[in-house]
Design a protein around this ligand. Sequence first.
Ligand code: PLP
Length: 507
Amino acid sequence: MSDAAPGRIDPEEFRRLGHRMVDWIADYHRQVGELPVLSRSGPGDLLRALPEAPPEQGCGEAGWDEVLADLDALIVPGLTHWQSPQFHAYFPCNASTPGILGELLSAGLGIQGMLWATSPAATELEQRTLDWLAQLTNLPDRFRAPDGGGVIQGTASEATLVAMVAARHRVAGGRDADLVAYTSTQAHSSIVKAARIAGICDEVDGTTRNGRRTVRFVPTDDNLRLDPAALRAAIAEDIEAGRTPFFVCATVGTTSSGAVDPLPEIGAVLADTGFRDAGGWLHVDAAWAGSATVCPEHQGLLAGLEHADSYTFNPHKWLLTNFDCSAFWTSDPEHLTAALGVTPEYLRNRATDAGGVVDFRDWQIPLGRRFRALKLWFVLRHFGAEGLRAHIRHHVALGEQFENLVRQEPMFELAAARSLSLVCFRLSGPRERANAEGRALLDALNAEGQIYLSHTTLPDPVDQAPRFVLRMAIGAAATTADDISQAWDRIRALAAQIRRAGTEPTA
Ligand SMILES: Cc1ncc(COP(=O)(O)O)c(C=O)c1O
C-alpha cells in the first residue's frame, strides 16, 4: 500500500499551476476595462453549460489546460466586472495587488484562527493592524486597547448583528424586556435584517408577529440625515410606555445618498433621554464612507463618534483590501464577549484559561475564522497611509468632476448633495416624467453593458413621494478622469435620445 497522502500539496505542482494562475489574474486586470462590465448572461446559462454530475476522475495537473479554457469560456462571461473602471453601480469592492496576495497567502497557509492558541500570529496581527487603522482614521481612544479593541468581521451586516446582541446583553441581561431599536429611514437593510436574526422583530417593517413595533425607522431631515428631535420623541414615547430602548444604529454615509447622521446631536439625545443610563448602545455604520477618514480632511465625518459603543467600516469596499474585510471596533468588548462566548471543553486551552490573550471566536458569529489580517497588513505596508489617502482623494476628485458635469447640463440635476465620490442625480422636470425617463436611461445604459450604474429612490423634499435617482458610485481602483468623461458623454447622449423619443414619439 502506498503511504502517499492523496490530498497532499505537491509543492512543485503548486508552483507550476500557481504561476499560471497568477499570469491569468495579471492578464485579467490588464484587460478588464475592455470586457462588458455588466455580465450579458441570462438565467441558467452557466447551469446549462456545466455537467450535471461531478467528475468521477480528477483531471490532475494535465487537465488544467481544459480547466482554464472553461474558466475563460464559461465563467468569465457570467461575471460582472467589479474591478472594471466603468463599474459605478454599488459601492466598490476594491481588489489590489497586496490584497490579492494576502488572500493567496492566507489560503496557502491554510490556518484557522478561532483561538489565540490556534495561531497566535493571526490574532496578534489582527490586533495590530486594526489598531493601525484606528490610528489612521483617528478613532476615539475608547476603541483601542486596553479598554476597547478591534476585530475583522466578514461584513458590516455581521458587525451590526454582533453589536445588537452585545447591546441586548448589556441592557437586558437575562431578564425579559420589551426591547426597541432605532435607526433612520435611510439606514441599510442589514440593520433590520440583524434585528430579525436576533429575534428583536419578525418583519422587515420592524414589527413582531403580534404587531409590536420593535425597530423604529426614525424620519430624516431634508438632507436625509436622521432627525435627532424625532429620535428623542420616539425614545421618550417608548420609555413612557414602559418599553426598553436598547440600540441605536446611526449611519455615516448612507447607501442611497451618502448622508451622514449627526452623531454629536444623537449622542446628546441618548444622554438626556435616559437611554445611556439604562445601558443603551450606539452603533455607527460607516461601511462605505469610513475608508475616506484615512484623509484628515474627511475625519470630520466621524465627529461625535466618542458617543458610540461600536463602529464599523469596510476596507473591502473602498480601501483596497479584497473582500471580505469589515473592520469593527467596540469600547465594550466585555459585553460583546459575554453575549457571544461559549466555551465547551474541547476549546479550552492553557492560554485561554490563563487569561491575557484574546480569542476572536468570542467576538463574532462563527467559530472558525480566516487569516484576513494578512491582506490588510500587506495593503497597509504596500500603500502606506500616503498611498491610501491618494487613492481616496483620486476618487473624491472624480466625484467632483462628475458633479460639475451634472451641474452644467440643464437636462439633469443633483438629487442630493455629493457625498465624497457618490453623486446622486436625476433628469430634471416634472417628477413623473423624470422618474420614467430615469428608469429608461438606466435600462438603456445597462443594456449596453459598457458602463454600470445603479439606482435608488429618494423622497421628494416637497411631499416625500419617491423620486427615481441614478447613483454614480465612483470607487473602482482603476477608474480615471477619462473614464468619467466617457461615462458622462454616454449618459448624456442616451438621456437626450430618451427625451427626444418621449416628446416626439415614434411608431
Ligand atoms: C451603509 C451600509 N451599511 C451596510 C452595508 C452592508 O455591507 P456588507 O455587505 O459588508 O454587509 C452597506 C453595503 O453597501 C452599506 O452601504
